[in-house]
Write a protein that binds this ligand. Structure first.
Ligand code: GLU
Length: 495
């Protein structure tokens, strides 16, 4: 059997370090077995998927040195590698299951589904919605279909008993069928759900091993059943432990930067970040901390993955990065890397139009724009002194702005400006005053280029991290205050 592994990111946001971590282990496994590693874009959620996000994911993975043998940009024999370009094929598979009585058309509205759930609860039935709750008598289904009513296709699932799923790291897992809904396979717009598209594509792309994050364990019974329904062999499953924040919660952008672009902007070496991701739940046989991609692949054994939640700790990463910088770069290489990092034309050309109108000589550049080349700003409480704002006002502004920035999916200067303006007004501040703490948090000073331009260039994770850092520096709100502010924040309606 040829080993074929894959990574199947959904292009709905910034490229996540978790995606790179899973990609690394898939690539290592494929290389170790002389197999292939495939990149597939799962963009069936058309409202959330964007081409910019797809590009950022591909660029970031490539920057890290994670190359794929087949994918949307490099092609291959099992394409297309973007699910949106495969959408014609999923419906037939869903309908095949309907004809065989393994799936059914469901006409229930969201309101009806709610009522059914409530009724289940009231009757003390601790189970998910099943075909017997949802399926209509055949004539009624036909009548509704003929009348053009919208429907989804759902798979039938057992009502009770356990599903045994084999996992390469966990052995046989037993999952309860009672909690599994009759899963939607095809949505009313004819698009497949993740479950159908994922199984169909893994089969058609001849994937032999599915190595993915443990958040997908609960999907495994449905996938196993789908393989049985279709009469296909199931790939071997391997669920990797999730990356965690230092406080052991699931790695989240609210607590820790998660975007690969942030680590790039921070000036980490790709080799060091990849090395660190290789240390997440895995170790070299001799336990050494520093190793290259090739060394990892040569010594790779997936059974050495340990299931304790690996902590992604920026301090540890920085330490490792320091070793790479000191031990692996000649001064010439160091200079070339710095040039590539931030003194490259692409980055400079984002900054120059903002600073050119404000300087008299080139030596004015560094004081004005040095923050574009920095990590956290060296701010203190005194940096936030302002004639109209108390330190409590500053705290409130930074906290509300931080929540706002955490929620933004489209990161562009006009949208940020309008949103922050609305937020400032809702809190009763003049826009100039409201933006002052953000200027200081982002740029270290208010005497510089527009803060929303700066945020757009620095990107979401770096901007959020600086605001959070400033808040920590002056001391964030108390627990009680956070609760009442959060309520206030939720009540604000931004246009
Ligand atoms: N599209 C899924 C994701 O975003 C893929 C999960 C899987 O590997 O099955 O991670």
């Amino acid at each position: 059997m040829t080993v074929r592994t894959r990574i199947a990111p959904s292009p709905t946001g910034d490229p996540h370090v978790g995606t790179a971590y899973i990609a690394l282990f898939n690539l290592a496994f494929a290389r170790q077995h002389g197999g292939q590693f495939i990149l597939r874009i799962e963009d069936t959620d058309q409202t959330r998927s964007t081409p910019e996000s797809e590009k950022a994911i591909l660029d970031s993975l490539r920057w890290l040195g994670l190359e794929w043998d087949e994918g949307p940009d490099v092609g291959g024999d099992h394409g297309p590698y973007r699910q949106s370009e495969r959408k014609g094929m999923y419906k037939d598979f869903a309908m095949r299951l309907v004809e065989e009585g393994k799936a059914f058309l469901c006409f229930r509205t969201a309101h009806e589904l709610n009522e059914l759930r409530e009724a289940n609860k009231a009757a003390g039935r601790q189970r998910a919605l099943k075909q017997e709750d949802l399926e209509l008598p055949a004539e009624e289904a036909e009548r509704r279909m003929a009348a053009g009513e919208p429907y989804v296709v759902r798979m039938k699932v057992p009502t009770e008993g356990v599903c045994e799923v084999d996992d390469m790291l966990r052995g046989t897992m037993e999952l309860d069928w009672a909690q599994v809904d009759a899963q939607i396979l095809l949505k009313s717009d004819g698009m497949p759900t993740y479950h159908l598209a994922n199984v169909v594509d893994d089969h058609l792309m001849k994937i032999s091993h599915v190595i993915r994050g443990e958040e997908w364990i609960n999907s495994a019974p449905k996938h196993k059943l789908l393989y049985e329904y279709f009469g296909w062999d199931m790939p071997k499953l391997c669920h990797m432990p999730l990356l965690r924040n230092p406080d052991k919660t699931k790695l989240s952008k609210r607590k820790n930067p998660t975007s690969i672009l942030y680590y790039q902007r921070m000036g980490y070496m790709a080799e060091a970040l990849l090395n660190y991701l290789g240390r997440m739940g895995w170790s070299m046989p001799d336990e050494r901390e520093k190793f290259s991609r090739e060394e990892m692949f040569a010594a790779f054994d997936i059974q050495r993955v340990s299931l304790g939640g690996p902590v992604f700790d920026q301090e540890k990463l920085s330490w490792l990065n320091g070793l790479w910088i000191r031990e692996d770069l000649t001064p010439e290489q160091f200079a070339a890397r710095v040039q590539q990092w931030a003194l490259n034309p692409e980055y400079l050309m984002q900054i120059i139009p903002l600073i050119q109108p404000r300087v008299e000589k080139f030596s004015d550049i560094a004081p004005l724009a040095g923050f574009f080349l920095s990590g956290m700003m060296p701010v203190t409480e005194a940096s936030f002194e302002h004639k109209k704002l108390s330190i409590d006002d500053v705290r409130r502004i930074l906290q509300f702005a931080s929540w706002y920035l955490d929620e933004q999916r489209h990161w562009d200067r006009d949208q940020l400006f309008n949103g922050l303006k609305g937020l400032g007004e809702a809190l009763g501040f003049k826009i100039r005053d409201f933006l002052f703490p953000l200027f200081v948090a982002i740029s270290g000073t208010a005497q510089t280029v527009s803060v929303v331009d700066a945020m757009e260039i620095l990107g979401p994770d770096m901007s959020r991290a600086r605001v959070r850092f400033a808040l920590d520096t002056i001391g964030g709100p108390s627990k009680k205050q956070t609760k009442s502010w959060e309520k206030e924040y939720r009540a604000i309606e931004l246009g």
